[in-house]
Write a protein that binds this ligand. Structure first.
Ligand code: QAP
Ligand code: CO
Length: 174
């Protein structure tokens, strides 16, 4: 399966993703293609809508203490649902769909999530730290929400101006 990262301001990123009902080969092929793309592009999390598939699918691979991302640490979440959220945290986030930009975003400190694995088995996870932030960021993608949508009006305007400038520079280099 040939996948490409959809970049802001593509309207595709605003789509609400649909519940997965079939845990079949199509789903497995998508998941198996998302992982190498995420690693190649230096990502720690990726939602299916970022590769133009509007399915409630996300993958996470948080680096360990050595900064490595072994495939053993890969988490695949299908149809995730937050059942509990606690505390506040601010983290400087980025996104493969908004390359080169990082902003401080308010999140919950910890979350509890119900989800399914690639076979449709029900799973439960309690997360805090970077994993909790990543889950919240990727779950926002399923609703068509980007981290830059959470900025104040003033910060968002500043972002738009900078992003347009950088996009123009990239175009001129080509
Ligand atoms: C979401 O983000 C996330 O701009 C995953 O040039 C963000 O993998 C989870 C990336 C913050 C937790 C905390 C971004 C790679 C990767 C870039 C990513 C870039 C290259 C972002
Ligand atoms: Co993202």
């Amino acid at each position: 399966m040939e996948l490409k990262i959809v970049e802001y301001p593509d309207k595709k990123l605003k789509e609400k993703s649909l519940e997965v009902k079939n845990f079949d080969e199509n789903l497995h092929k998508l998941l198996d293609a998302m992982y190498p793309l995420m690693i190649e592009t230096n990502g720690i999390g990726l939602a299916a809508i970022q590769v133009a598939h509007a399915k409630r699918v996300l993958i996470l691979n948080i680096p360990d203490e050595e900064g490595e991302q072994p495939k053993d640490n890969l988490i695949e979440m299908i149809n995730p649902l937050v059942t509990k959220k606690e505390g506040d945290a601010i983290y400087q986030e980025g996104c493969l769909s908004v390359p080169g930009f990082y902003e401080d975003i308010n999140r919950f400190e910890s979350v509890c999530v119900n989800y399914q694995d690639r076979f449709g088995n029900t799973k439960y996870m309690e997360a805090d730290g970077l994993l909790s932030i990543a889950i919240q960021h990727e779950m926002d993608h399923l609703e068509g929400i980007l981290f830059i949508d959470k900025l104040s009006y003033a910060r968002r305007k500043k972002f738009e101006k900078e992003y347009k400038r950088v996009c123009k520079e990239k175009k001129e280099k080509k």
